[in-house]
Design a binder for this molecule. Structure first.
Ligand code: ADP
Length: 272
């Protein structure tokens, strides 16, 4: 059985010039890494339903270089969430290979997948899914406690992350005592507290008003840069999507590049 640390095969020649990112979690580091963090080849996904087989993807390919911030847009039902779930080892492909953070995610056992997610993936959903009976600080500390970090250390690290999302004065609030934007910022801190390589965000601002959505997006952008993340964001908000240097449209089981780093600035209206 493949272990979570199994190395990815040699990358096929990149279809696009990768961006570079710092090799560690500090923006001060000068070493750059250009290897792809996500490599999907020939991905197929079929759901078996009562009405028969539902073929979502047949031959989907995707490569995301370290440090890229990519938006995925597309109609509802196109398979955007399913794609993120597969990348994050929450769902399995029916065909093809999916290397994510140097790991063949399709080959992981349930236990290995959980460890892989805890180590490599920060996941943010449209709804915060914070645990209502715990404080913001405890919610952020959860992934650290799940990896058996001592409680005092986990809470100290969680506190640092609450500062990163500018909520250090809300640590003792329960989720019900936070605004929608604050809840999502706590969810972002929880997603990043284990310092993952890859941030997967599924409509992270979809439940927020425009101005709050813009501020949460600003924060994602800032943390993406300062922590050397690779980020893939699903959004239906074109104004936010175009702030990513690379925008992909998912439709008819295929990903199409709408823009690329270095191309002329994109506006929401260009997305067609
Ligand atoms: P999107 O995020 O683009 O709106 P989804 O990935 O959520 O799309 O869903 C794509 C399609 O797959 C939808 O038609 C949905 O009903 C179907 N689907 C999603 N999950 C399952 C499942 N577990 N079983 C069967 N069909 C599913």
């Amino acid at each position: 059985m493949q272990t979570p640390s199994a190395a990815a095969p040699q990358a096929p020649r990149a279809a696009r010039e990768p961006e570079s990112r710092p090799s560690g979690n500090s923006s001060n580091q000068s070493t750059v890494v250009n290897s792809p963090v996500v490599q999907v080849q020939g991905l197929g996904k079929t759901y078996q339903t009562a009405r028969g087989a539902l073929n979502l993807f047949e031959d989907l390919n995707l490569e995301v270089a370290a440090g890229e911030m990519v938006a995925i847009v597309g109609q509802s039902g196109a398979g955007k969430s399913t794609l993120l779930h597969i990348l994050g080892a929450l769902d399995t492909p029916s065909a093809g290979t999916v290397y994510c953070a140097s790991t063949n995610v399709a080959k992981l056992s349930a236990r290995e997948a959980a460890a892989f997610r805890n180590r490599e993936i920060g996941y943010v959903w449209q709804f915060h899914y914070l645990l209502p009976e715990f404080t913001a600080l405890e919610n952020v500390a959860m992934p650290l406690l799940a990896r058996n970090m001592r409680k005092v250390e986990a809470l100290r690290t969680a506190d640092k992350w609450l500062s990163e999302v500018e909520l250090e004065d809300r640590g003792d609030h329960r989720p019900g005592e936070l605004s929608g934007g604050e809840q999502q910022r706590v969810a972002l801190a929880r997603a990043l507290v284990c310092e993952p390589r890859l941030l997967l965000a599924d409509e992270p601002t979809g439940d927020l008003d425009n101005s709050t959505a813009g501020r949460v997006f600003d924060l994602i952008e800032r943390l993406h840069r300062s922590h050397g993340l690779t980020s893939i964001l699903v959004t239906h908000n074109m104004d936010l999507a175009v702030r990513c240097r690379r925008v992909l449209r998912l439709g008819n089981g295929r990903l199409t590049e709408i823009t690329d780093a270095g191309s002329k600035p994109l506006q929401a209206g260009n997305l067609g």
